[in-house]
Write a protein that binds this ligand. Structure first.
Ligand code: NI
Length: 184
């Protein structure tokens, strides 16, 4: 495992479409996923996509910890997961605004509309198929990481640019402690 350098907004790899992985269980993909987990954990993140470490392949790692879940729904949480060639679809039309940050856009957060309930699927680098329903923060992190595979950053999904700011200011003035939802 290796700590990888994280690309920051402005690097072209972050706005390029990532390539599908032909052999999801290849040793290099397992090693990539392990290094992405190490890099994400070191950076105190909860999600990371391969383009963020300068690798244009469709690999993501993420977790949806209990402390980020707004409610009690089991679909709100997910263990640390690595997925190759993930896909997802919304299960209902409804979207919700929530705060997001990104390791490639350090220091800033913005309120982004995301689908409330989705289903996603993919293969782990160990060859296990994963198919899950996700809600709340879990649904949000999966949509955010999958967006990275298509060269989309959370800023590009924002609909109200008043709801972006530096974390220190937002924490003081806008984010409630329990804080999924930005002020109207
Ligand atoms: Ni991100």
């Amino acid at each position: 495992m290796t700590l990888l350098k994280i690309a920051r907004m402005g690097h072209p790899v972050l706005i390029a479409k990532a390539e599908p992985v032909p052999d999801p269980t290849a040793r290099e993909i397992r090693e990539l996923a392990d290094s992405m987990v190490e890099t994400m954990t070191d950076a105190h993140g909860v999600g990371l996509a391969a383009p963020q470490v300068h690798i244009g392949k469709r690999v993501i790692v993420f977790l949806a910890p209990e402390e980020r879940a707004a409610g009690e729904a089991p679909t709100d949480v997910a263990p640390l997961t690595a997925l190759v060639n993930p896909t997802w679809e919304p299960l209902e039309e409804e979207t919700v605004l929530g705060w997001e940050g990104c390791l490639s856009i350090p220091g800033l957060s913005g309120a982004v509309p995301r689908y409330k309930r989705i289903r996603y699927q993919g293969l782990t680098p160990q060859g296990q198929p994963v198919e899950r329903e996700a809600t709340g923060f879990h649904a949000r992190v999966v949509q955010h990481e999958c967006d990275h595979l298509d060269g989309v950053l959370f800023l590009m999904r924002m609909t109200d640019f008043r709801l972006i700011g530096f974390n220190e200011e937002l924490r003081q003035y806008m984010m409630k402690p329990e804080a999924e939802t930005p002020p109207e």
